[in-house]
Design a binder for this molecule. Structure first.
Ligand SMILES: Cc1cc2nc3c(=O)[nH]c(=O)nc-3n(C[C@H](O)[C@H](O)[C@H](O)COP(=O)(O)OP(=O)(O)OC[C@H]3O[C@@H](n4cnc5c(N)ncnc54)[C@H](O)[C@@H]3O)c2cc1C
Length: 301
């Protein structure tokens, strides 16, 4: 018997499900609030890295459009500012890569549409859910952590946390040096947070996401309270100054040396010693809008 599945939301969850159902001949309709052509001008959504299991799924779904090995990264460097600082490298068995979701999500929406999929563009409120349940054989709500997701109650058996464990501040930066082949660097300041440098495929080629995961109440939390839109110059100046003083206070000199100079990953000038405004690429104005201060329920895999 033919099935008709409704999917609310066109994030990675909704899109991968819709494409999977489509591939298996199941009729799926996506209902989402943002059409593909609106993604280019919005703020950075996240800085998600896809590891090889996800890339394998993209191959299976026929939506892997980012196959150049030069755009992939191949290992993590980990740097921990414990009393006895620790650093180590972890090589992946297969490459990983990160794509700006303002490119990724519309590309997959277009794939779904080209193959005959249906997408309806409108915002779904709680009152709309019952009619949608009646319309489809199954309704899947994959709207992320927005208000509609509050339909589903918190289930403590799945998480020990009731509050976000990190407050994030992230942007895409040019002028940050990457080794060849590229990598991700994870620097940990226990009690205060982590900084993750992720080479990311953006509208203007590779840029680096500098993701500050700030522990609520820790010294780095101030970074998540700044708004780029309110005052871009102030934002960039504060980020630069905070990173400098925070890393000096919480990531020891040897940690810094490991994370910055020995691995030759982050150009000291670009990321630490000067306001990053001087390093913004004029060709990637989208990046200048891309700062995002947001919170996450727990640390990110
Ligand atoms: C800075 C940052 C870094 C991250 N890094 C990683 C990482 O490295 N690895 C990882 O696994 N995860 C990472 N995450 C988490 C990851 O981004 C999310 O878990 C994931 O994108 C959620 O996908 P989703 O499809 O569930 O929801 P979303 O991506 O939030 O998609 C929701 C969709 O629903 C639509 N929508 C919302 N409300 C409505 C409504 N009422 N009506 C209609 N449509 C609606 C939205 O427009 C969107 O299309 C990161 C997150 C952030 C913020």
């Amino acid at each position: 018997m033919a099935r008709n599945i409704g999917i609310v939301g066109a994030g990675i969850a909704g899109l991968h499900l819709a494409l999977y159902l489509q591939k298996h001949g199941v009729d799926a309709t996506i209902i989402t609030d943002r059409p593909p052509d609106e993604y280019r001008n919005i703020r950075l959504l996240n800085t998600v890295a896809h590891h090889h299991v996800t890339i394998a799924r993209e191959d299976y779904l026929g939506v892997n459009h980012w196959t150049d090995p030069k755009d992939h990264y191949y290992y993590h460097d980990h740097v921990f500012n414990f009393p006895q600082p620790l650093s180590f490298r972890g090589d992946f068995s297969k490459a990983s890569r990160a794509v700006d979701y303002r490119l990724y999500l519309p590309a997959l929406m277009q794939d779904f549409l080209k193959r005959g999929g249906k997408i309806e563009y409108r915002r779904i409120e709680e009152r709309d859910v019952r009619p949608l349940v009646a319309r489809f054989d199954l309704l899947v709500v994959s709207t992320g952590k927005g208000p509609l997701g509050q339909l589903f109650t918190y289930r403590p058996e799945h998480s020990p946390y009731q509050q976000p464990q990190r407050r994030l501040c992230v942007g895409l930066y040019t002028g940050v040096r990457q080794p060849d082949p590229m990598n991700v660097t994870l620097s940990v300041s226990p009690g205060h947070g982590e900084m993750i440098v992720i080479p990311t495929i953006t509208f203007g080629g590779i840029a680096n996401a500098l993701l500050m995961e700030n522990v609520p109440g820790g010294d780095m939390e101030e970074l998540a309270t700044l708004s780029y839109d309110d005052n871009p110059k102030h934002f960039l100046g504060c980020c630069s100054a905070s990173w400098r003083s925070i890393t000096r206070r919480h990531m020891t000199a040897s940690t810094l040396r490991v994370s910055i100079w020995r691995s030759r990953r982050i150009s000291c000038k670009a990321a630490w010693s000067r306001p990053c405004a001087t390093r913004w690429s004029s060709s990637t104005t989208a990046n200048a809008r891309s700062h995002s201060a947001t919170s996450m329920p727990s640390s990110i895999p």
